[in-house]
Design a protein around this ligand. Structure first.
Ligand code: C2E
Ligand code: CA
Ligand code: CA
Length: 469
């Protein structure tokens, strides 16, 4: 049946209007979405790029707009990597509220100094970066006024606070401006400034002294080593003296550095000097705990795992938090872990060391003093009765069969240990004849090349499980 034309017209008009309506609605919806999207994007960008506390731009902004920022500032541009000296002390002394206020005031001062020729950014916590035109004739004018400007006391809520900074400068080669490289080099220069004491400026330059070049190399290889897994652990068996049975394992750090093997003592002492030791200690904790569980699963019959940490950690309560959390996360009984460190050589550190040991033991860890007998506070430490174990340094064990003096020393150490009810472990047992001597001393544990050398994880498993035997 044919539809009358009037109805057809009405119908087509209705369809037209509906279509227009839909189109309009879609348009409104679209612009609404765009509006909100742009707003969200704006908020997101602000959160991403602006540092809430100080109002400075964050360094990620610089990273993403690097070439624009350089173009704004000029052809020759330098990075000044700035770190407030001992900022932690201000936190401890005045509390977070005032310390935050100080950071804000500090950031304002940086901005005032840097602009309009340069820009200031916050990297994180107490680290800042100023991008500034490279001074002509290698003049240090800007760097000097930077050190001077921050030194004028800040007045924060009635407190007069004085601050110094360490600064590392890197002049970016205009033909090859790269953000990460420049940041890294300015940070290296900063480390150099710190190693010269506080309140110093150092430049990354090609005319570095031999010594600072070596330090830079080491610093770089440790940083890269941590990032790229150039570190690994070896484990040295610890045996019961009489039966020579496996009792424990000590994890020892190793590093492949461009296929050269660096000695752990070098790594540790550099890392301590350049404030990288916590990263290393944390790495060792993580890897040691993973290894602990792997050994257990493989059926290696050991009772405890010893790990070395730097004595620097006695000033760092956050380290024990980390250790406890990781131990719980790996579902390991803290009583099966022995934390080894050397005695502090700093008389001021004695109290911190005692607190540190007490806290470790209250969390259930065992504590051993490493290299026992070489530190000067040994007796005092023993009398405080806060230790589980002492590890007699290898100098006393070396060639003990032929050195009467060492035998007498070991004898008196054993008497002390008995008095204070401490377990004793000797290390550095290398020869059969030395073993025959120490066997008669009533010592619980021994370690040394005579029994086993430090080994990779797989070798430990092969040696101590039935797999190979
Ligand atoms: P340490 O804790 O006293 O470690 C014992 C050192 O003696 C190890 O050297 C081990 O390989 C070596 N050794 C074992 N048996 C014998 C032996 O019979 N004769 C001789 N002459 N040496 C033996 P390594 O691995 O070179 O470590 C040197 C030092 O580096 C360690 O001394 C420790 O102070 C530090 N260290 C090693 N690993 C770490 C770590 O993961 N963290 C920290 N903070 N320090 C570590
Ligand atoms: Ca040790
Ligand atoms: Ca030792």
């Amino acid at each position: 049946m044919m539809i009358p034309p009037t109805i057809a017209t009405i119908l087509s008009q209705t369809i037209l209007w509906v279509a227009i309506g839909i189109l309009l609605a879609a348009l409104i919806l679209h612009s609404g979405i765009m509006f909100f999207r742009n707003r969200t994007l704006k908020v997101y960008r602000r959160l991403l790029y602006e540092d809430e506390l100080t109002g400075l731009k964050r360094s990620i902004y610089l990273e993403q707009r690097f070439s624009d920022v350089l173009a704004e500032i000029g052809d020759d541009v330098s990075f000044y990597y700035i770190n407030i000296d001992n900022f932690k002390n201000y936190n401890d002394l005045f509390g977070h509220h005032i310390a935050n206020h100080l950071l804000r005031a500090f950031a304002d001062r940086l901005t005032e100094l840097a602009e309009p020729y340069g820009r200031a950014y916050r990297i994180h916590s107490d680290r800042f970066l100023v991008v500034y035109p490279t001074p002509e004739n290698d003049d240090e004018h800007f760097g000097r006024s930077l050190l001077k400007t921050v030194k004028a006391p800040f007045n924060i809520e009635g407190h007069e606070i004085k601050v110094t900074v360490s600064v590392g400068r890197y002049d970016i080669p205009p033909e090859k401006p790269r953000y990460h490289n420049s940041l890294f080099r300015s940070e290296l220069a900063l480390q150099e400034a710190k190693s010269r004491g506080k309140d110093q400026l150092a430049s990354y330059a090609n005319r570095l002294t031999r010594q600072s070049k070596d330090s830079f190399e080491m610093f770089r290889s440790i940083k890269e080593g941590l990032r790229n897994e150039h570190f690994y652990l070896e484990f040295q068996p610890i045996v019961s003296v009489v039966e020579k049975e496996l009792k424990g394992l000590e994890s020892l750090i190793r590093m492949h550095d461009k296929h050269r093997l660096r000695f752990p003592l070098d790594i540790i002492s550099y890392a301590e000097r350049y404030n990288m030791i916590e990263e290393i200690d944390r790495y060792v904790v993580k890897r040691s705990l993973e290894a602990f569980n792997k050994f257990k699963r493989a059926g290696v019959p050991f009772e405890f795992l010893s790990l070395n940490i730097s004595v620097k950690e006695i000033h760092n309560p956050a380290f024990i938090d980390f250790l406890s959390e990781e131990t719980a996360k790996h579902d390991i009984d803290p009583g099966a872990l022995v934390i080894e460190f050397t005695e502090t050589t700093d008389p001021q550190g004695l109290e911190a060391e005692t607190r540190f040991i007490e806290r470790l033991r209250s969390e259930g860890f065992k504590v051993a003093i490493d290299d026992f007998g070489t530190g000067y506070s040994s007796l005092m430490r023993l009398s405080q009765n806060t230790l589980d174990r002492i590890k007699v340094d290898k100098v006393f064990i070396h060639d003990i069969a032929r050195t009467k003096r060492n035998r007498s020393l070991l004898e008196s150490i054993m008497k002390m240990a008995e008095t204070f009810r401490l377990e004793v472990i000797v290390e550095g047992v290398e020869k059969e004849r030395d073993y025959e001597v120490i066997k008669n001393f009533g010592i619980q544990y021994a370690q040394g090349y005579y029994f086993h050398k430090p080994m990779r994880m797989g070798e430990i498993i092969d040696t101590f499980t039935n797999k190979k035997r």
